[in-house]
Design a protein around this ligand. Structure first.
Ligand SMILES: Cc1cc2nc3c(=O)[nH]c(=O)nc-3n(C[C@H](O)[C@H](O)[C@H](O)COP(=O)(O)OP(=O)(O)OC[C@H]3O[C@@H](n4cnc5c(N)ncnc54)[C@H](O)[C@@H]3O)c2cc1C
Length: 332
């Protein structure tokens, strides 16, 4: 796409349970900040079925214009279909940049759009600024966050990026954009894979990405039985349970609770880490947390380097005390 003819930022809004997912709203907010700096507009694309309320929410969250594509044919996310609709929107709107929330589906969609547009795709973006030429300079972590890389897509357009959940804050006040209903058709031969059936996971669903409080346990919890303390504290605080990979591999918690590089990237207001050493693969998933409390019996554990409060002690003794204290406060 010719650089000179592109303008504005397009944001793909992923919808779950009829509402935009948190990272999509964060992406919208960041698009607004960047667009304001350039005197440009933010366009959001909401694709699915019964997405009217989600489109309105996007219009109130930073989008100047929301393209609402409400069609039963797009009810379930299908990569080929969504990419095809997004390409039609890209060709029509000619955006300078396209932001996609870094969810499971977003991580599939963005590079596919990058390939179709013959442009670059910055992955897992945690920061961005404009360079002197007006290109977006994306900050992307590498090697589980041990290195930060600057990615600039200098000539090709649009500049495509997946944004990490929790890296950018939603807007406090965003104004009110317009919602425009549009329809698109996708040719049969554009769809290489068809979804024949959607099976709900048998384990209980857990929304770690949007959780405000997460209590996580690691190998230091010692057993599935001890892990019940993590669950109890999470329940009392109205939070959800997270876990490290070893705790999952030992079968103490279902796999969908894994936090970290190969699990979920989280950004809660409060993250309580119990018996977790703080390996880089775990830390790279929690650095977006506002406040981290760590309980570990080893005072040299790396988790303390990122914790706001560190408690050196046996989690099996500390957690029951915390649980009792929370109960006392809640009873007041
Ligand atoms: C490619 C790759 C991807 C990975 N992805 C992930 C990922 O997504 N998420 C993830 O978590 N890991 C991931 N890992 C694994 C990661 O490298 C670490 O092995 C893992 O995070 C360590 O988990 P842990 O902290 O529970 O266990 P450990 O490192 O064994 O730490 C246990 C900690 O508990 C403390 N402890 C022991 N007993 C107690 C007690 N009674 N009270 C308090 N503290 C106690 C110990 O001092 C220790 O610090 C990945 C690894 C690889 C190679």
């Amino acid at each position: 796409m010719n650089k000179a003819e592109t303008k504005n930022i397009l944001v793909y809004i992923e919808v779950a349970d009829a509402a935009p997912v948190k990272v999509s709203l964060e992406s919208l907010a960041q698009a607004k900040r960047m667009a304001d700096e350039k005197g440009e507009k933010v366009i959001a694309a909401v694709i699915g079925q019964n997405i009217g309320d989600a489109a309105k929410e996007a219009a109130a969250a930073g989008a100047d214009k929301v393209i609402a594509v409400d069609d039963a044919a797009f009810a379930d996310f299908n990569l080929d279909v969504t990419a095809d609709v997004m390409m039609q929107i890209i060709e029509k709107e000619k955006p300078e940049a396209v932001f996609v929330g870094g969810t499971q589906d977003g991580k599939d969609l963005a590079p596919k759009l990058g390939a179709k547009c013959a442009t670059g795709c910055a992955s897992d973006v945690v920061g961005m600024k404009l360079d002197e030429q007006g290109n977006i300079d994306f900050t992307c972590p590498l090697y589980s966050g041990t290195v930060l890389e600057d990615v600039v897509i200098a000539e090709a357009r649009p500049q495509i990026a997946t944004l990490r959940s929790g890296a950018f804050k939603k807007l406090e006040e965003a104004g009110q954009g317009e919602v425009v209903a549009e329809s698109f058709t996708v040719a049969d031969d554009a769809v290489k894979a068809k979804i024949t059936e959607t099976v709900k996971e048998l384990t209980e669903s857990v929304n770690l990405e949007d959780a405000e409080i997460i209590v996580s346990g690691g190998r230091g919890m010692g057993s599935a039985d001890n892990f019940k303390l993590v669950q109890e504290l999470a329940d009392l605080l109205g939070g959800v349970v997270g876990a490290t990979r070893p705790a999952i591999e030992d079968g103490w918690v279902p796999r969908n609770h894994q936090v970290g590089q190969s699990g979920k990237i989280v950004a809660p207001k409060l993250y309580i880490a119990c018996g977790i050493s703080g390996a880089t693969q775990h830390l790279s998933g929690i650095t977006g947390s506002d406040y981290i409390v760590a309980i570990n019996k080893d005072e040299d554990a790396p988790i303390f380097s990122v914790a706001n409060i560190g408690i050196v002690g046996n989690a099996l003794k500390v957690l029951p005390v915390m649980i009792e204290e929370v109960k006392k406060i809640q009873a007041q």
